[in-house]
Design a protein around this ligand. Sequence first.
Ligand SMILES: Cc1cc2nc3c(=O)[nH]c(=O)nc-3n(C[C@H](O)[C@H](O)[C@H](O)COP(=O)(O)OP(=O)(O)OC[C@H]3O[C@@H](n4cnc5c(N)ncnc54)[C@H](O)[C@@H]3O)c2cc1C
Length: 394
Amino acid sequence: MDGSVAIVGAGIGGLTLALSLHARGVPVTVYERAAELREVGAAVALSANGLRPIDELGLLGELEAVATQPTELIHRGWRTHDRVTAFPVGLDGSYRERFGAPYLGIHRAEFQRVLSGACPPGMIRLSSEVVSADRDGTLTLASGETVTASVVVGADGVHSGLRSLVDPAAAPAYTGTSGFRGIVPVSSLPSLPDPGAIQFWMGPDAHLLHYAIGPDGGDVNFLAVLEGPAQWAAGPGPAEAEPGTLARAFAGWAPAVREMVEAVPQSAHWPLYTLPPLSRWTAGRVVLLGDAAHTMLPHHGQGANQSIEDAVVLADLLAASDDHVRAFALYERIRRYRTRQVQRSSLVTSELLHLPDGPRSAARDEKLAGLDPWLAWIHGTDPRAQTRPAVVTA
Ligand SMILES: Cc1cc2nc3c(=O)[nH]c(=O)nc-3n(C[C@H](O)[C@H](O)[C@H](O)COP(=O)(O)OP(=O)(O)OC[C@H]3O[C@@H](n4cnc5c(N)ncnc54)[C@H](O)[C@@H]3O)c2cc1C
């Protein structure tokens, strides 16, 4: 393409886009408001649909060195340690064999370190908050500096400022649930069965998901989700919750769950949002990507993976064409439907994970046992199928 690309936000989507464009010779700068790239107390699960593109960027080996592949995917009820379902992941290598890439649990900061470490010096500008932008490609930074680019990408997350240029009425909606995150050493969890697995514990009005992270699986990252009171949505999050909130919410649950949440007495909480469909994803020279375009619940572990998919598709299209309008139109056509499907499915899953004991939860458990646990339509789809250089003729 002619000209340069300015990306607002050095999250997973923004960094993947920057690397993908750079690999194709497109000049790119990333503007990030944070002074350093880190998110405390948080990890991310990356599935094959996100990791195949990362492999194509040559970074999978580096990630695997600092990540853990779960042994199995296990669902359990809330009161006992009995397994409802169990499917192998890393245990027999079947996941990787089927989808061409592993499933990994990793510290978010490690992931961002690997992505940002692959960027040439000067490509990422930290402490560079974008305070205003227009549809003609001009950005103003908090320092007063003004920059112009041929294409501006809003990769600025759930509370995106760039979004209002594209769809002024759009706003993320609080789902009525909040996530609490924590990282606990496996050595502090003597009751935990299968500490190397990715596990869902499902109960009335709450669930807890965890998986091992780090190079040796020595830590467990958990996400506990509660039906949350409306006032938890007041801020963009994360915010401190009252000490003991989790211990109270999970009293009566299985010993392993109680041990885990009690090990983190005052977890920060993230109000969980979903973004109603935007009227469009692009306006003028501005295009949205990742959570800015399609914030979704994390119950399929897909927000970051879908941001990666967006990034590699957009990079293919921009690199192949001097006509950003055409590239934007194709990008929106390819990505809108896909992300809407994943977003909808994540919403339905939220309700299913929080059923009280009774006929509906029994039916859910029976259905889970017969399901393809990997939702092959998510993990097995090649996001670049329509945009790889060999396919697109611009
Ligand atoms: C509790 C929880 C658990 C999750 N777990 C998973 C998981 O296991 N797997 C998964 O795939 N997804 C998961 N997600 C979703 C995932 O975190 C997001 O979908 C993903 O991080 C979105 O990436 P992004 O690049 O679009 O935005 P972000 O990662 O949010 O990055 C946006 C960046 O933009 C910067 N920024 C914002 N405004 C400005 C500005 N004006 N100027 C400059 N910079 C700016 C921010 O500082 C930030 O660095 C989870 C989400 C939550 C809340």
